[in-house]
Design a protein around this ligand. Structure first.
Ligand SMILES: Nc1ncnc2c1ncn2[C@@H]1O[C@H](COP(=O)(O)OP(=O)(O)O)[C@@H](O)[C@H]1O
Ligand SMILES: [Mg+2]
Length: 286
């Protein structure tokens, strides 16, 4: 897999930040490859959003470099191309919808890219279909649920045909159904369309769906590993004030009760299978 985003010794400080001596990003070395599904976790203020904005040149390094497909984000000539390559989705869907009709909203970005109308139409249909919102094409976004709005916002980014979508806490304002629909959409975009996903989240179960989890702490990378290995580091998670995922907690406590259940499980399905096997082991057919 080729490198899509590369940060090298990335340092960043906001010009008007109060603590002038501290780096907000303090030496981030990170390579994100095409097709990956990465989750970024870390407590409030550790620099997640600041890092995300470096991936599509919304911010540029104070020191060090960020390359997207080998192009330096510091070079203004590259920024247009970079913003087409790496799409961003933010927390509040209401701030990302502009038009009064769903399909017009999704067409907005490609129109700005100067794409031909017939091509825009096919992209809009394709993008709305990919987020399962094609039936709402002629609806007004304002009457949709939060989860539906967020999926329309994702379709608007998809219509630019990005290689990567960076989502900054996209489910934090949604109800459980909205969260689950948005997560299904994100997983499908990665699995079926091969779109690289960078998901910033507070929800451990969401991070567990990724293939790689990055823990951030005060502008640095504290861990970069599979979800299974990441969630085993209970002390580190606690130090960073992150929750232990419920599955980890549950299987940990079951082991303490002498139920033979393997470590390193992050998905409900794995847990159910292991629990069924442990029960069978103990009681035969139950
Ligand atoms: N526009 C800004 N100007 C000055 N400081 C900022 C700005 N945005 C964020 N910060 C500061 O940078 C630090 C990291 O913020 P952020 O990247 O938003 O963290 P996170 O997304 O992990 O919560 C925080 O201390 C925050 O107060
Ligand atoms: Mg943030």
């Amino acid at each position: 897999m080729s490198a899509l985003i590369e940060t090298k010794n990335l340092h960043f400080q906001y010009l008007h930040h109060q603590s002038q001596n501290e780096w907000i990003l303090n030496g981030i070395d990170l390579t994100i490859r095409n097709g990956e599904f990465i989750a970024i976790l870390g407590s409030n203020g550790c620099g997640k959003s600041t890092l995300a904005k470096h991936f599509n040149a919304l911010l540029t390094p104070s020191d060090g470099t960020v390359l997207v497909n080998g192009r330096d984000t510091n070079d203004e000539k590259n920024q247009f191309e970079i913003r087409k390559t790496i799409g961003m989705v933010f927390q509040n869907p209401d701030n990302q919808l502009i038009s009064t009709i769903v399909e017009e909203d999704v067409a907005f970005a490609p129109e700005n890219l100067g794409i031909a109308p017939s091509e825009i139409r096919s992209r809009v249909n394709w993008a709305l279909d990919a987020v399962d919102m094609l039936d709402y094409k002629r609806h007004t976004p304002f009457k949709l649920s939060g989860g539906q709005k967020q999926r329309v916002a994702i379709a608007g980014i998809l219509a630019m045909r990005p290689q990567c979508i960076v989502l900054d806490e996209p489910t934090s304002m949604l109800d459980p159904k909205g969260r689950s629909d948005v997560m299904k959409t994100i997983c499908r975009l990665n699995r079926e369309l091969g779109i690289t996903i960078v998901l910033i989240t507070h929800h451990m179960e969401e991070a567990a769906r990724a293939k790689r989890v990055i823990l951030m702490d005060q502008g640095q990378i504290a861990s970069d590993d599979t979800p299974e290995n990441t969630f085993e580091q209970i002390e580190l998670l606690k130090k960073l004030k992150l929750d232990v995922p419920q599955i980890t907690e549950l299987t940990h406590r079951m082991r303490q009760h002498g139920i033979l259940i393997p470590k390193r499980m992050v998905q409900i399905d794995q847990c159910v299978d292991a629990l069924a096997a442990a029960l069978e082991e103990r009681y035969g057919h139950y």
